[in-house]
Design a protein around this ligand. Structure first.
Ligand SMILES: N=c1c2ncn([C@@H]3O[C@H](COP(=O)(O)OP(=O)(O)OP(=O)(O)O)[C@@H](O)[C@H]3O)c2ncn1[C@@H]1O[C@H](COP(=O)(O)O)[C@@H](O)[C@H]1O
Length: 110
């Protein structure tokens, strides 16, 4: 799965050299960080609304779709700031390691 994020990270880098009208990501870069963050905010709102709908309908398809939009635009924002998706994966791995170690320690006999 992280292969997909890495491959997407490569494409997001390549789009930095593209003309604004040649791709959606290139157009976002040309509009600037404020526009990208506006999209992150919109997609976060759409994700929340989809999650509330899913709670009642039991159908999670829209919330998964909107979450993908949210992740994607967050990665575009990070790319604009010079960060790659791996930075987020490393931070999650670091937290997992810490909590995993804490859980293991709590299971040790005192
Ligand atoms: N994963 C995505 C992805 N997810 C969502 N989107 C786009 O994000 C936009 C979602 O915003 P909205 O729902 O608000 O739609 P919109 O009304 O068209 O957007 P606005 O005009 O309001 O900005 C849509 O245009 C989607 O097509 C994406 N566009 C591109 N990617 C990936 O990025 C790569 C590079 O894309 P291009 O730069 O377009 O080649 C692609 O190969 C994909 O892998």
């Amino acid at each position: 799965m992280s292969d997909i994020l890495s491959a997407l990270g490569d494409i997001l880098e390549q789009r930095k050299n593209a003309d604004a009208d040649s791709s959606y990501v290139a157009s976002l870069y040309h509009k600037g960080l404020n526009k990208i963050l506006e999209k992150v905010g919109e997609e976060a709102t759409e994700t929340i609304l989809a999650a509330k709908d899913a709670e009642h309908s039991g159908d999670n398809r829209d919330v998964v779709y909107e979450t993908a939009d949210l992740w994607f635009h967050s990665l575009v924002a990070l790319a604009q700031l010079g960060e790659r998706p791996e930075a987020v994966l490393q931070e999650l791995a670091r937290r997992f390691d810490i909590s995993g170690l804490e859980e293991k320690a709590s299971r040790q006999p005192k």
